[in-house]
Design a protein around this ligand. Structure first.
Ligand code: HEC
Length: 141
């Protein structure tokens, strides 16, 4: 097999049209049916390994989903990391801290009506995804 050609360069602004397609991005479909005998087992083991390798990455926060969801946030929080009009920058926060902040709004431990309403609408998976995405961004002075 000759290594997975291409594949790179997708980090730009791709706009997810629907959430259903994100799993396909991360997990290439198993190999198409093939003619050679004998290789089947090795191939399916590889396919299973690929699927297993993907699962924890999603649990930790799906960056592509985070990027998609962040569209809502950037109207207030600058993705450059600049602080504008008293709205704190949320770029480059460690994911754990980000999740903790969002949960604090969700549970109304932190007082801010706007953020409480926003956090209340997000699932834990979505917050993890946003955390992974924002952690990966670098403030851009
Ligand atoms: C309508 C404007 C607005 C939108 C939209 C918005 N935020 Fe906020 N956000 C704020 C304001 C204002 C604060 C500061 C609140 C405070 O003082 O606690 C804040 C605070 C935060 C904080 C805490 C930052 C810190 O270091 O204290 C996080 C994390 C955060 N927002 C994440 C998000 C995410 C993720 C989204 C999108 C899903 C989002 N925000 C959308 C206005 C907004």
């Amino acid at each position: 097999m000759g290594g997975g050609g291409g594949g790179g360069g997708g980090a730009g602004k791709r706009r997810a049209t629907g959430l259903h397609c994100r799993a396909e991005r991360h997990c290439p479909p198993p190999n198409p049916p093939h003619r050679k005998r004998g290789e089947g087992n090795a191939r399916s083991v590889l396919a299973i390994a690929l699927i297993l390798a993907c699962a924890p990455a999603e649990a930790a926060g799906d960056k592509a989903l985070g990027e998609y969801l962040s569209a809502e946030c950037t109207s207030c929080h600058q993705s450059s990391g600049k602080q504008v009009g008293g709205i704190p920058a949320i770029v480059g926060h460690p994911a754990e801290q980000f999740v903790a902040l969002m949960n604090a709004y969700r549970q109304r431990q932190r007082d801010n009506q706007v953020m409480q309403a926003i956090a209340a609408r997000l699932s834990s998976e979505e917050i993890a995804a946003l955390a992974a995405y924002y952690e990966s961004l670098k403030p851009n002075p």
